[in-house]
Write a protein that binds this ligand. Structure first.
Ligand SMILES: [Zn+2]
Length: 560
């Protein structure tokens, strides 16, 4: 028991009548006291113990008969190290002090766990349990928490370590410094339930402690941490405390904040190796899609978390809860990112999980995919994808192997006036450029068809600017006609055929120098082995200044 320190001075304090302590002492001798009891029943047998606190020894200790079985079962014996939990101090008629030991904990040789041992303990254990959510520095009297350890730090220099505990009401951190760190770190195990008492309550420092609790607990030399080994208690205390945020509200949280979410794993990619740009280190990442009743959200896991992720979770559409997952913004889209202290629970035993399971199995997913695939919002979400031109360039949008969609408030400076229109295939869904044949027919190579008549269609590039820069974007079809002030491609073709430069310029300038909102698609296109970033306009709208104002206010509030 070299790792457990005896509580020096505790015997001296007992002698003065101080029983409000829970010292660790060594049993130096156990004997049956008095010959008078030999004929009596087992129940009335009395044992007398000698104890040592490493400084003093004391041999006038009587064990409460409730605890006799500890001796009969050979759990308590000479050289046992025990923590005295409840002791009554008394004096004989002649004025000699003696102690009656009412309750104790036998500390195991290995010191890795404590043992909760008898009926008396269990009765006492049910008193004064303070729900974690009720803990304040102003609690009076003797109280304890009964909670499950769900996270445990390594021992840091000084030394210090901490344990995160949860009960049905909430979560709280328990911090151990120096001797307590050495003593409790090997003893407290993740997922086990403990009664904890005699701890100090202080205000949590939110820089280090991100648990959902304003306070934290500190262990001291008189603190007691006792393992609770009762299956009926086990079911009443959750594994982890969650404050779930619906996926649709993730965007209400600032980037880099930590939240708890729950959803169904819909898809997952392979673990993708890459080399970190910042550290040059080889890493891995894996992309998941998490869905709930309202929306879907991408989740990126890194390194070990990416590698260890079980792909069957996506195949089986498993419910997974994430605690302390990080809010991230990639390509102007909100997403979630694995973090070091993240906890991922598969099929947690929670009502939220059951709810999702029922929703999904009742066909929720088909409804869901309809929602996500058929809504191309005419008015996109306020905070979804607004970008400046500077951001489009600096964030390398469109270069991540998939298109990015952004909203841009910008001014069209100029439409490139070479060509502007072309003759297109009239077939529905085709709009390929057709070639004029010598027969005066038009041929679409794609449809392998010849036509007598074809449409004029817009296709041009326009220069867009805002205060951060300028870009060229391609315009086709409806947005092109809109930018041309609803002059049709046919009308423009007439002016062009008549070589009416003035009219053409008039058409081209109908909307230049007017600020509009452009919805853009940005992606890489490879043609003849040359890859370029292509920006095309999907729609144009006038600025709704009330909407725009609200968005600015929201951005300010979100700390942009
Ligand atoms: Zn065609």
């Amino acid at each position: 028991m070299a790792s457990t320190k005896l509580t020096k001075g505790s015997i001296a304090r007992y002698k003065t009548g101080d029983t409000q302590q829970s010292p660790i002492v060594k049993i130096t001798n156990v004997r049956v006291c008095g010959e008078s009891s030999t004929a009596a029943s087992n129940d009335s047998e009395r044992y007398r113990l000698s104890i040592s606190d490493g400084q003093d020894t004391f041999d006038a200790c009587v064990l409460s008969p409730d605890l006799n079985k500890l001796i009969k079962e050979k759990r308590l014996h000479d050289n046992s190290i025990v923590q005295l939990e409840k002791v009554v101090h008394n004096s004989t008629a002649t004025g000699k002090s003696f102690l009656i030991i009412m309750d104790l904990i036998i500390l195991p040789e290995s010191s890795t766990t404590t043992t909760s041992n008898n009926n008396n303990n269990n009765k006492q254990a049910n008193t004064n349990i303070c729900p974690i959510a009720m803990i304040t520095p102003y609690l009076n009297g003797i109280w304890k928490i009964r909670a499950r350890c769900f996270a445990k730090s390594a021992i840091r220099p000084h030394p210090v370590c901490d344990f995160d505990f949860v009960d049905a009401s909430g979560e709280i951190r328990l911090v151990a410094f120096r001797d307590e760190c050495t003593r409790f770190h090997p003893m407290i195990e993740i997922d086990k339930i403990y009664d904890i008492m005699g701890v100090r309550v202080k205000t949590a420092d939110k820089r280090w402690n991100t648990l959902h609790n304003d306070y934290e607990l500190t262990l001291n030399s008189g603190s007691i941490v006792r393992l609770v080994n009762d299956p009926s208690v086990n079911t009443s205390i959750p594994d982890v405390h969650y404050d779930f945020i619906p996926l649709q509200d993730v965007s209400k949280h600032t980037s880099e904040s930590y939240i708890d979410v729950i959803g169904i794993i819909d898809t997952c990619s392979d673990a993708i190796p890459f080399t970190s740009k910042t550290s040059g280190k080889d890493s891995k990442r894996r992309e998941l899609t998490l869905i709930d009743e309202h929306t879907s959200m991408s989740v990126t896991l890194w390194d070990d978390q990416a590698e260890d992720f079980d792909e069957e979770l996506a195949e089986n559409k498993t419910v997974v809860a994430f605690r302390r997952i990080r809010v991230a913004i990639y390509n102007n889209k909100y997403g979630l990112s694995g973090s070091k202290n993240m906890i991922m629970k598969i099929n947690p035993d929670l009502k939220e999980a059951k709810h999702l399971r029922i929703w999904y199995d009742a066909g929720g997913h088909s409804v869901h995919s309809q929602i996500t695939t058929t809504t191309t919002p005419t008015r996109p979400a306020l905070d979804a994808s607004w970008k400046t031109i500077g951001q489009i360039e600096n964030e390398e949008l469109g270069r991540k192997g998939r298109p990015d969609y952004v909203m841009l408030k910008a001014t069209c400076m100029h439409i490139a006036d070479n060509r502007v229109i072309y003759m297109s295939c009239p077939n529905d869904g085709c709009s390929k450029k057709v070639n004029k044949l010598s027969s005066a027919l038009y041929r679409c190579d794609k449809c392998q068809q010849d036509f007598n008549e074809c449409h004029w269609t817009y296709m041009f590039r326009a220069e867009l600017t805002d205060s951060t820069g300028a870009i060229w974007a391609s315009f086709f079809g409806q947005p092109a006609e809109q930018l041309m002030g609803y002059v049709t491609a046919e009308q423009f073709a007439d002016a062009k055929e008549n070589a009416d430069e003035l009219l053409m310029q008039k058409y081209l300038n109908k909307n230049t120098f007017r600020e509009k909102i452009f919805r853009l698609r940005i992606n890489e296109e490879t043609f003849n082995d040359i890859t370029t970033v292509k920006i095309s306009c999907i729609s144009i709208s006038d600025i709704d200044f009330s909407d725009y104002g609200h968005r600015l206010i929201a951005n300010i509030q979100n700390g942009f």
